[in-house]
Design a binder for this molecule. Structure first.
Ligand code: FES
Length: 131
C-alpha cells in the first residue's frame, strides 16, 4: 500500500501514458453494488464518486468536509493499490489503515479497486434519533 505525499508524487509521474498522451484511468467497484466508478489515478476517489453520482442520495459513500477531517467518507478498500494523503487519526487509526480503511477524499487509486462504505458514525432511525 502506498502512503504519503512522496508516494503520490511518484505515482503521478508513473501514471502518464508512455506516449505522454494523458493519465491512466482505473475502475472502482463498490462491494455489493452493481455500480462502478471511473477514476483517474491522480484524482481523489471521492471526487470521482461525486461526479458519477450527482444525486447525493444515490452515492455509495457519504460526503462531508472533503478535506480528511470529518470521517464521513470512510471506506474500506478490499482490493487494489492506492496512495493516500494524510488522514485524521480520529477517523482512521494506524492499525485500521493497515487493514485497508481510508478516507475516500484522501485516496488516489493506483489500480482498479474494490471498496465498501465504512462510515462508523451514529445511525439514525426514521425519527432522526441515534440508535
Ligand atoms: S469528506 Fe470529510 S473526511 Fe472525507
Amino acid at each position: 500500500m502506498l502512503q504519503g505525499l512522496e508516494q503520490r508524487r511518484i505515482a503521478k509521474e508513473e501514471t502518464h501514458m508512455a506516449d505522454g498522451s494523458g493519465l491512466a484511468t482505473v475502475s472502482i467497484r463498490i462491494k455489493g453494488d452493481a455500480r462502478s466508478v471511473s477514476c483517474g489515478t491522480s484524482e481523489k476517489l471521492l471526487t470521482a464518486i461525486e461526479r458519477e453520482f450527482l444525486n447525493p442520495r444515490q452515492r455509495p459513500v457519504r460526503v462531508g468536509c472533503r478535506q480528511g477531517g470529518c470521517g464521513a467518507c470512510r471506506i474500506k478498500v478490499t482490493e487494489g493499490q492506492y496512495a493516500t494523503e494524510k488522514m485524521s487519526r480520529d477517523h482512521v487509526t494506524e492499525e485500521e489503515e493497515t487493514q485497508g480503511f481510508a478516507l475516500a477524499c484522501r485516496v488516489y487509486p493506483q489500480t482498479d479497486l474494490e471498496i465498501e462504505p465504512a462510515f462508523r458514525g451514529p445511525v439514525k432511525d426514521r425519527s432522526g434519533q441515534d440508535t
